[in-house]
Design a binder for this molecule. Structure first.
Ligand SMILES: [Zn+2]
Length: 264
């Protein structure tokens, strides 16, 4: 029976890649209309490959792809945005890897998510320009919302009342915050200061341009980071069972902590 030789064109960001056979690579990419895909780039590790430079990690590229039985085959690749600054130092490489890995871990193959595509491109552009920690916190909350894991931080998860500007109680397993009446003294709760909750809410509901001018006390930013990372880990542990990734998130935290103590 003849193979149908159908092909399609798509934009893509390269999230992950691994070597395959002698000269090939399997790429995990994220696309605007087809969601996450695994594609094969044949012969890409040969020095003569003309596609190689267009299929680096984090690159925004335009692909021509031929359908095939196992992995669809990349037949043409042209760079749209190379984000070259992302590869200039370890801090940026680490942040770009973190963003790509979060998108990878929070998506299933073939689930279209145009808003997440927009978010990913925005993230790579901002990180390429040098945005760092506050941007990553905003990105984490936006990713959680777009993938169905938005924490409830406006109303009490117990009684439904609007949360007041006092010390409330966070329960990561429950996915949100409880008022003092419902949360105080209950198992799995931790106090969350009103300033920290205020920042989380601002990050969750505001576009990046309204957040970027925000100047925060280092302790507040650190508390926000701690909560978001532990919440991401709670979700990943429960839903995604990805121990390797958890280790890398922890390493990312350490890099972030080093960046804070050595501002460049
Ligand atoms: Zn309550």
């Amino acid at each position: 029976m003849a193979e149908r030789n159908r092909s399609y064109r798509t934009q893509a960001v390269i999230l992950r890649r691994r070597d395959y056979r002698d000269a090939d690579r399997i790429l995990t990419v994220f696309t605007p209309r087809l969601g996450k895909l695994q594609l094969i780039a044949k012969g890409i590790r040969k020095t003569t490959s003309r596609k190689a430079g267009h299929l680096e990690l984090f690159t925004h590229t335009s692909l021509q792809v031929a359908q095939a039985r196992t992995w669809d085959i990349i037949t043409e690749a042209v760079t749209v945005e190379s984000f070259r600054h992302l590869r200039q130092d370890l801090g940026r490489i680490s942040r770009a890897s973190y963003v790509c890995e979060l998108v990878d871990r929070f998506t299933e193959e073939g689930d279209e998510n145009q808003l997440l595509w927009d978010l990913l491109l925005l993230a790579l552009r901002q990180l390429d320009q040098g945005e760092s920690e506050l941007f990553l916190r905003w990105f984490e909350l936006r990713l959680l919302s777009l993938t169905g894991f938005q924490p409830q931080i406006f109303r009490c998860l117990g009684c439904g009342d609007e949360l007041q500007p006092v010390t409330n109680f966070l329960n990561l397993q429950a996915g949100g915050v409880f008022c003092p009446r419902c949360g105080e003294g209950q198992p799995g709760m931790e106090p969350v200061e009103k300033d920290v909750l205020k920042v989380l809410r601002h990050l969750q509901r505001s576009p990046w341009r309204k957040v970027q001018a925000l100047s925060l006390r280092p302790q507040t930013l650190q508390a926000v980071e701690g909560i978001l990372h532990r919440y991401l880990l709670t979700i990943l542990e429960r839903h995604l069972q990805s121990v390797d990734f958890l280790k890398r998130v922890r390493r990312q935290r350490q890099t972030a902590a080093t960046d804070r103590t050595n501002p460049s």
